[in-house]
Design a protein around this ligand. Sequence first.
Ligand code: NAI
Ligand code: MG
Length: 465
Amino acid sequence: MRISDGRHYIDGSWVPGAATAPVTEKATGAEIGTYALGDASDVDRAVAAAVRAQPAWAALLGEERAAVLRRAAAILERRAGEFEEMLMRETGGVRGKARGEINAAIGKFLESASLARRAGGDLLPAFKPGKLILNQRVPLGVVAAIIPWNFPIVLALRPLGPALALGNTVVLKPAELTPIAGGQLLVEVLEEAGAPPGVINLVTGDGPDAGEPLAAHPDVAMIHFTGSTEIGRLMARIAARDFKRTSLELGGDNALVVLDDADVEAAASCGAWASFEFQGQTCITAGRHIVHESVAEAYTDALVAKARALTVGDPFDAGVRLGPMISEGQRDRVADLVARSVKMGARLVEGGTHDGLFYRPAVVTGVTPDMPLFTEETFGPVAAITVVSSEEEALELTNQCPALVNSVYTGDLMRGLAFAERVRSGMVHVNDAMGRPTGEEDIDEFTQRRWIGIQRAPLSWDVSS
Ligand code: NAI
Ligand code: MG
């Protein structure tokens, strides 16, 4: 494996950063490479390269751009073992999670390749005799992609695949905790696949020094950001200055509702997955379990048993189901949310202890809607249980917090549907909490419309008529 050695990728060259910082393996703390600490001058060079490369890239046949993406999918498949290992080291996720992410990334490359062929325009009705009106789809220009650490490859590909397929060029800024798998290695794949210089550029570094000048750069047409709500808000403010397009994929305080007629064992099994998978560090993690009082005890017991059975440790060790948390900062945030809620009267009934970054999955009961575990996104392996006495109350509490996805468990699918129709989140699961749709909106998101009117029959312009 080539070890990351602190370089940006700008205009087709790997350029050393003026300063570098270590990348660590999360389970052991071992240094596994370095990444360049980029600043505004690196961003300027990367954006300039992307601006220069964009017209020729957009002028290629869609099929030629698609071919680069299909080759990238094949290279990623060939190098899957190496990516899997790096993802496990860099993110602390287990092998199954890494493998799933790589498969999704290969799929995203291929799905994006097909966009190049599907992005057609329209012919609009004429409003004058002899008029031909075209409504073309054209690329935006340079897309800035700012990515978090939880799914570094697949979340990078969500903007990168469609943006490139549709004729945009990209400057990628991966998270400082995972600059190798979703930065350097991914860019190596595109380089080998034949992306011309300047089409994909990589600037690594931290948020304020590298991410912010990238988002603010006047030649960036679109900010695609995935991460915290707080920085998402900052991105929206920065974008407003130049009316840039934005796509913001932020977090949510997701709920899993268990109604009185639910299959409690099935709900608890899903609830454990939804709270503990990848140490609870995903945007679809269920932070809140809203449970009807008639099944609350059985549900809690089942969830506690499942949490207790999970082995926490180095993801490379056999039998380990949960790896380390990503950083001390994230661990302390989660521990603090639990501590503050317990101080307000909640009960920690399972887990919640830690040894370094290894945090035991926790079950907390007696959580009320005023407690931090209810009002804030947890982003850690904590199942917080709130007991309700009616379906109406469950619905009201579900809708009390902004969520990306909510879920409801019930023995009656039509009751589940009726509940889902009253839930405010953009995604709702009935008797599941897993999976999310892929982007049908990609073509709209990464192109803009250009209206062209062609007057075929000559017009006479007589100001007196
Ligand atoms: P973050 O939002 O600070 O970082 C995400 C990306 O934004 C990283 O590449 C980072 O370098 C960049 N960034 C940070 N500050 C920036 C700035 N001022 N300008 C431009 N780019 C900037 O997320 P962080 O600190 O890693 O995690 C904090 C919380 O965010 C988590 O506890 C969780 O609640 C949420 N989060 C949500 C994710 C999701 O998938 N929805 C992913 C990661 C975090
Ligand atoms: Mg941050």
